[in-house]
Design a protein around this ligand. Structure first.
Ligand SMILES: [Zn+2]
Length: 424
């Protein structure tokens, strides 16, 4: 009898786990999008907790709510409309929404597939968890991948900003290219053997999923700010010159460039800090879109860094290599004077804390009028093709010390002098 009960309970558990996959249980309670008149919402707030606001259009605001909260909202007496939007589920995959662009789970399986295919060259790990508990996956690519060799480190990261979907694809494609071409491309072989390359395709997985499932234009992470607003701009949350001024970041939580309550307040940026202090890279690239630019420190001030000449030379070369492929022109220069001032961004902190030659590549299109943040999936391959020669040049620069001996081939990162810091 007891055996029979155990058997039945076990069978039920197995069936239930198919009906309610773990991913949905932990991240995805059923949710709906509702709309409400902004005046009603203001009154609603007097006696009710705030709703997760997606955006407002004219007098109408749209909110994301858990289905089990709908009766409560209805009970408040304020009129609202349920929109015809539904979160994708495990049984109705997101392919129709994000097309060839990778979601969090698609990226996860791609990384593990690469590791399985190239066990001697690729190793997947996680440097921490996001606000909602997703892993911040990293793949290390190197010969003798399981060992920490005395070789320079490179860090390549995508998706600080959720809506910049193509910024996930460049790191992923580059990782795949390095692994697939290792045995037949000498430039690749040299880089993989002479470096330890760390690729983190999605720094902001919660935001990315939110952008895929609910609101395409979401930018920040998914931190609740405690004041009716969600999200910290991860690329304003790093600790060097954090909050330097209100031009380069915002102190206002609902703003798109909100820097957070303190430097490294967010688990995502904090995980990068911890990882990079243990593994200081000589070079890094952070992908964003849009505007076709190659940027490097400083972002917070127009004062030039002591390494400006060398960093400019590298950027110029990358820009030329990109142009040679498709004839698309990427401008380049220090962040503050080339795009706009930013403080608390990744490049400034990487350079200040680790001495990294830290670059941001703003991918196409050129402007808002060419699509802005929204890129066609047909653009993925074309954009990767035009960036590939620049990426190969970039990583190889650190193997050879080409064009100068500022970077040591092996050993600790050379410390670059920073204004206001004594040189030791
Ligand atoms: Zn961005």
């Amino acid at each position: 009898m007891l055996k029979k009960i155990i058997y039945v309970v076990f069978t039920l558990l197995v069936i239930t786990s198919f009906l309610f996959p773990v991913e949905e249980l932990s991240f995805m309670p059923e949710k709906s999008v509702i709309s409400m008149d902004i005046r009603d919402y203001r009154d609603f707030l007097k006696n009710n907790p705030p709703l997760d606001r997606l955006y407002c259009s004219g007098e109408t605001c749209f909110f994301l709510v858990k289905d089990n909260k709908l009766p409560e909202i209805a009970g408040s007496g304020f009129p609202f409309q349920k929109q015809n939007l539904r979160a994708p589920t495990a049984s109705s995959p997101q392919d129709s929404v994000n097309g060839d662009y990778h979601s969090y789970l698609e990226t996860e399986s791609e990384l593990y597939d690469l590791e399985a295919q190239y066990p001697d060259l690729a190793r997947v790990s996680s440097i921490g968890q996001s606000v909602e508990g997703r892993e911040l996956y990293l793949v290390k690519i190197s010969d003798n991948v399981t060992q920490n060799e005395n070789e320079p480190k490179i860090f390549i990261v995508g998706c600080h900003h959720a809506r910049e979907w193509i910024s996930v694809e460049m790191p992923l494609l580059f990782a795949r290219y390095l692994l697939e071409q290792y045995s037949n491309n000498s430039q690749v072989k040299r880089a993989v053997e002479g470096l330890q390359i760390y690729v983190l395709p999605i720094l902001n997985p919660d935001g990315l999923e939110f952008s895929i499932r609910y609101y395409r234009m979401w930018r920040k992470n998914r931190q609740y700010n405690g004041d009716f607003s969600w999200g910290v701009d991860l690329n304003r949350n790093y600790g060097y010159k954090w909050g330097y001024d209100d031009m380069g970041s915002s102190a206002i939580p609902y703003n798109e460039t909100y820097r957070g309550p303190g430097p490294f307040s967010e688990p995502e940026s904090l995980a990068v800090k911890t990882f990079l202090l243990e593994n200081p890279p000589v070079g890094s690239i952070s992908f964003h879109n849009f505007s076709q630019m190659i940027l490097y420190p400083w972002g917070y001030t127009e004062t030039l860094t002591p390494d400006d000449v060398e960093m400019r030379k590298i950027a110029k070369k990358m820009s030329e290599l990109i142009f040679a492929v498709n004839g698309r022109s990427y401008s380049y220069g220090p962040g503050a004077s080339t795009i706009y001032p930013t403080n608390g961004d990744s490049d400034d902190w990487f350079y200040a804390a680790c001495g990294t030659f830290a670059y941001t590549i703003e991918l196409p299109p050129l402007s808002f009028f060419n699509g802005g943040f929204i890129t066609a999936q047909e653009e993925i391959d074309r954009t990767f093709a035009e960036n590939l020669p620049a990426l190969l040049y970039f990583v190889n620069y650190f193997v050879t010390g080409e064009g100068g001996d500022t970077i040591q081939k092996t050993g600790p990162v050379k410390s670059h002098p920073i204004p206001g810091r004594s040189k030791k």
